[in-house]
Design a protein around this ligand. Sequence first.
Ligand SMILES: *[C@@H]1O[C@H](CO)[C@@H](O)[C@H](O)[C@H]1NC(C)=O
Ligand SMILES: *[C@@H]1O[C@H](CO)[C@@H](O)[C@H](O)[C@H]1NC(C)=O
Length: 230
Amino acid sequence: MEFLCVNILAGSFELPYLSVYLDATGSYFTYGANFATAGSTIRPQNTTLAQSGFSTISLNVQYYQYSQFHSRSQIIRARGGVFRELLPKNDDFSPALYTFDIGQNDLTSGLFLNMSTDEVKMTVPQILDQFTTIVKYIYGEGGRSFWIHNTGPVGCLPYVMDRLPITAGQIDSVGCANSFNQVAQYFNQKLKETVVQLRKDLPLAAMTYVDVYSIKYSLIKHARKHGKPV
Ligand SMILES: *[C@@H]1O[C@H](CO)[C@@H](O)[C@H](O)[C@H]1NC(C)=O
Ligand SMILES: *[C@@H]1O[C@H](CO)[C@@H](O)[C@H](O)[C@H]1NC(C)=O
């Protein structure tokens, strides 16, 4: 999850990356803050990072961090001086863009626990309920613009294909594991429905659903065209 002040969008895109929220030194949050961590899931996992490789900073923790950032940035900004240049104004939070790219690790965490694809699909409603909760919390803090990526073709990821048993019949013409991609497609269909519901529940919000799956799948399908050496 990222919180992006709209002033970054109004200007050039040749701006530095957003500072990471947990980066304690040299950070500059005027344009926003990045709460993402590698291996994050929507649902908190029942495993440690060492056991599973999934981050303990799940979406709810990212939300807590955001919420603290929202309030504490204002306390610190009020000290004046350099803090006024390093931290966003309270008025920046409502028009900011809130971006989400999360969910893939919830699917792979189930697969890595040896759940069947049907069992993983059965966890999708719980995963999306949790996602809905967090979007509503941010709306509750004034957030109005949401940019939501769907999840990519997990069945094309080398670390998934390497780690899970796949039969030749499950490989599609592009070389991806179709059975796992179907789980991602199922998640995306339900995510789309979730966004439609959120638009009804949060009438003042603008929600953009971005089909990252198609973009990534097309990149992999046409890898040569996009510069992969022959
Ligand atoms: C973790 O365990 C709790 C309690 O058994 C369960 O409700 C929850 O779904 C589990 N979470 C995941 C991600 O498996
Ligand atoms: C999943 O199955 C594989 C192969 O049988 C096994 O090596 C692995 O320990 C299992 N993983 C879990 C988390 O049960």
